[in-house]
Write a protein that binds this ligand. Structure first.
Ligand SMILES: NC(=O)c1ccc[n+]([C@@H]2O[C@H](COP(=O)([O-])OP(=O)(O)OC[C@H]3O[C@@H](n4cnc5c(N)ncnc54)[C@H](OP(=O)(O)O)[C@@H]3O)[C@@H](O)[C@H]2O)c1
Length: 310
């Protein structure tokens, strides 16, 4: 599988990674199957996916526990990334980038994952009070102490990244990006490319919409976190389904499945380092690995871009 370098860390990651917010993600999805969650992580590693993405807040710690269980005995085969900054449980609620809080969050993550370090640690989201350089400075200390090998931020603006970089190099930015939601094209991707920051898009299949399985009558359950993604809002959803229909006709003429077209399109974008598609089953993991190997011409990529507004 193709690999890319994780920012300035020298760490190599596969161009397809695995997102695990479904794995143990009882606070995000209904009817979460924990056994399948463990299986799908193991299937990804079996198939050569080395970049595994989790966060402390997925399942309020449960995702990290299950990812740790799935990787037992195979820790050295993967580049393991997690995130902290969303308080939960006894720590309260809401974001905190306070260095002392980030340290306690990282220590708890290491314990749940059953590891002595993670390869990449992200500040999951900015808070409104901590200066980004102070927050990111904490990650520089974690790196010196060997608790993390690379440092990243998630959902930071360009200005927030500029401030954070006063403390040290950002290896990765994780923010929302898919064919239907392209805000990061305004200035973020170019900034990442200029500064050697690996861009990791979250929601790469637009939470399933770009998997091509949903019809216009699709409704999320009340509990599903994807209500907050914006992609299913009234008005927006209809426009998104128009684009999915356009993608369907490209799929019919190229014989490349819709999900593979959407993945290849992201892989072709500047600064995108690894597409961390979330999966609910081992079969989806297998399909997403195939997506990385699909052959899609430059002309088809251009057609897809034009379809989504150029
Ligand atoms: N940093 C952040 O703030 C942030 C926020 C959100 C997510 N993330 C990370 O990014 C990862 C990816 O985002 P995401 O999981 O929310 O959304 P996503 O990757 O865009 O979509 C995942 C969904 O697409 C469907 N799917 C997966 N593979 C498929 C395939 N081959 N064919 C058809 N459908 C397929 C599945 O849903 P169905 O089977 O139900 O259709 C799956 O749950 C997460 O797992 C998490 O690690 C980070």
């Amino acid at each position: 599988m193709k690999t890319r370098t994780l920012g300035q860390s020298g760490i190599e990651i596969t161009a397809i990674g695995l997102g695990t917010n479904y794995v143990g993600g009882h606070n995000l999805y209904e009817n979460v199957d924990e056994d399948e969650g463990v299986r799908l992580v193991q299937r990804a590693v079996d198939l050569g996916v080395t970049f595994i993405d989790t966060a402390d807040v997925y399942g309020l710690g449960r995702s990290e526990e299950l990812v740790g269980k799935a990787l037992a005995g195979r820790r050295d085969q993967v580049v393991l990334a997690t995130k902290g900054a969303n308080r939960f449980g006894a720590a309260g609620s809401g974001p905190s980038n306070d260095p002392a809080y980030l340290r306690s969050a990282l220590e708890a993550s290491l314990k749940r994952l059953g590891v002595d370090h993670v390869d990449l640690y992200y500040i999951h989201r900015p808070d409104e009070t901590t200066p980004p350089e102070e927050a990111f400075g904490a990650l520089m200390r974690f790196k010196e102490e060997g608790l993390i090998r690379a440092a990243g931020v998630s959902n930071f603006s360009v200005d927030q990244m500029k401030a954070a970089m006063k403390a040290g190099p950002i290896d990765a930015l994780q923010s929302r990006y898919n064919l239907l939601q392209r805000e990061v094209e305004a200035d973020t991707l170019a900034f990442c490319a200029e500064h050697g920051i690996a861009f990791v898009p979250w929601g790469p299949l637009a939470y399933g919409l770009l998997g091509g399985r949903y019809g216009r009558d699709f409704k999320l359950s009340e509990k599903d976190w994807r209500h907050r993604s914006g992609a299913f809002d009234a008005g927006v959803f209809e426009r998104n389904m128009d684009i999915v229909d356009g993608l369907r006709s490209i799929s019919e003429s190229t014989h490349v499945p819709i999900a593979h077209l959407a993945t290849q399109w992201l892989m072709s974008r500047p600064a995108v380092a690894s597409v961390i598609t979330g999966a609910k089953t081992a079969a989806q993991v297998e399909d997403n690995v195939h997506a990385a190997r699909a052959t899609v011409s430059a002309a088809t990529i251009e057609r897809i871009t034009a379809l989504a507004g150029g």
